[in-house]
Design a protein around this ligand. Structure first.
Ligand SMILES: Cc1cc2nc3c(=O)[nH]c(=O)nc-3n(C[C@H](O)[C@H](O)[C@H](O)COP(=O)(O)OP(=O)(O)OC[C@H]3O[C@@H](n4cnc5c(N)ncnc54)[C@H](O)[C@@H]3O)c2cc1C
Length: 474
């Protein structure tokens, strides 16, 4: 493999190749510190042509490639597998905004542009890019598309898949597919861009994307409400949706336990009030004449009146809004700093949410009473993170022997209720057992057929997303 490194040096500037083990560390270890395996080297191309050349060289030398964006993925998809024969291809240096079209309401950016930079470019042009998540300052467009990330505003705008109009992708043999179209309508055969969206780098390397923009938000009303349970939260969600329709842009559930944890990681050090559970919600207006403040007040007043909510605060300033949102965003950080958590990212039909929460609570109380449950997430999408924290004073390492069993049990409960075992974070390495346990033979067969067609040598992110076929060992 020294030959490959020498060949890469021939096509990349010195700053475009990292071989030093210390400098490589940040690219080898995932955000949660669960995976940490050496890469052969880290290649940092600056152009699509360089990505293509790197892939061709890797093919010649029999090396595999792990594409990496901001490395904020939560499932171990963007870091090397254990065999040490993979190169990390980081898109960090592909940071150009290629075009912003105000008539077509589109923005075309390279894969390494951060999600926040896209939001800011849209805002500077008087538009909105609506995908928003806790890691947006670091997560990159290529990674966000490759995981089909969701975030807190899927409810109104859809996940990343709904924002992608066109892609530029380097294929497994180094061919560049220029599918960077900015069309809202294009029924010319298979929708190829959707194949690469959510594929977690197993089918091609995304080098640029054309994304939809929306009218800027003209007014927002944000509130934190205290409810008795997830059933109460759903009742409030239903009332908000009935009143606001698509203006309901955010509706997050935070259990009391998750709020207690988060409160320790915001400047105020506490939630503004205590409740068994909370709903964080926001209505957004996209033009004149929409009184979102009035609508939110009316729904909350009715909820307080009929007992659905016990307490509610409407943010009175941008600062207060940021404080409310910070509570939600602090939960993953709090979990990480306080011993870690076995993360679950399930979704079920909305009507099944109370049943799902009750079933997991019973599972924990009956079988793992020493563990702590932290439930929060995107209520309106039916997507809850039902995370299991280790016993007080212990870290995740103390749960090693029970981790797989707990995860499989939680996933089974979701699947049995017609749900998904991975709603928005993807599969990576961590959810591979779930693929084997819950995906049908037909679905796995279709995925393997697609992988074989697009990457017959299995060079792109091997060991991720698609579990080994035990019949063929492929
Ligand atoms: C605090 C925090 C909060 C989060 N909140 C949310 C949330 O609300 N919703 C949500 O959905 N996710 C969330 N995530 C997960 C994560 O931020 C998203 O999955 C994000 O989309 C990952 O982007 P990234 O650039 O960091 O990708 P990476 O972690 O670098 O990579 C993710 C996957 O995409 C592949 N990949 C990366 N770039 C490319 C490319 N250019 N071409 C092909 N494949 C590529 C990688 O190989 C890997 O499989 C959160 C993470 C953190 C740390």
């Amino acid at each position: 493999m020294t030959d490959l490194i020498a060949a890469l040096r021939g096509i990349l500037p010195e700053s475009g190749l990292i071989t030093d083990p210390v400098e490589r560390t940040a690219f080898e270890r995932d955000w949660r510190g669960l995976y940490n395996h050496p890469a052969l080297c880290v290649a940092l191309p600056q152009t699509t042509a360089q990505v293509s050349d790197i892939i061709k060289l890797c093919a010649q030398h029999g090396a595999a490639i792990v594409p990496q964006g901001g490395n904020t993925g939560l499932v171990g998809g963007g870091v090397p597998s254990p065999d040490g024969k993979q190169i990390v291809l980081s898109l960090n240096r592909m940071r150009q905004i290629r075009e912003l079209d105000l008539l077509g309401d589109t923005i075309t950016v390279e894969a390494g542009v951060t999600l926040q930079a896209v939001q800011e470019a849209a805002a500077a042009a008087g538009r909105l890019f609506p995908v928003s998540l806790g890691a947006e300052g670091t997560a990159q467009i290529g990674g966000v598309i490759s995981t089909n990330a969701g975030g807190v505003q899927v409810l109104s705008y859809g996940s990343m898949r709904a924002q992608v109009l066109g892609l530029e992708v380097v294929l497994a043999d180094g061919t560049v597919w220029d599918g960077l179209r900015a069309l809202r309508k294009d029924n010319t055969g298979f929708d190829l861009k959707q194949l690469f969206t959510g594929a977690e780098g197993t089918l091609g390397i995304i080098t640029a994307a054309c994304l939809k923009l929306y009218p800027a938000v003209t007014a927002r009303a944000t509130a934190l409400a205290g409810v008795a349970s997830v059933t109460g939260a759903l009742k409030l969600f239903q009332a908000l949706r009935a009143e606001a329709g698509p203006a309901l842009t955010l509706c997050e559930f935070i259990s009391g336990a998750a709020m207690d944890l988060a409160a320790g990681y915001v400047p105020a050090g506490r939630a503004p009030f205590t409740a068994p559970a909370y709903v964080l919600t926001e209505l957004s207006a996209h033009g004149a004449g929409q009184d979102v403040g009035g609508a939110l007040e009316a729904v909350l007043a009715a909820a307080l009146e009929d007992g659905t909510a016990a307490e509610a605060l409407i943010a009175q300033s941008g600062r207060e809004r940021a404080d409310f949102l910070a509570l939600r965003e602090a939960i993953p950080e709090g979990e990480l700093r306080e011993g870690g958590a076995i993360k679950h990212d399930i979704s079920v039909p909305l009507s099944k949410i109370p049943e799902m929460v009750a079933a997991v609570e019973t599972l924990m109380a009956d079988t793992y009473p020493d563990c702590r449950l932290s439930v929060f997430g995107h209520l309106g999408d039916g997507n809850l993170h039902m995370n299991v924290r280790p016993p007080v004073g212990q870290s995740l390492a103390g749960l090693t022997d029970r981790k797989a069993t707990i995860t499989l049990a939680v996933e089974r409960l979701a699947v049995a209720l017609g749900g998904s075992f991975s709603a928005e974070h993807g599969i990576g390495q961590i959810r591979l057992p779930g693929m084997t346990a819950h995906k049908s033979t037909v679905e796995l067969g279709l995925m393997r057929a697609l992988k074989l067609a697009l990457d017959p040598q299995n060079r792109l992110n091997p060991g991720k997303v698609i579990p080994k076929d035990t019949n063929t060992n492929a």
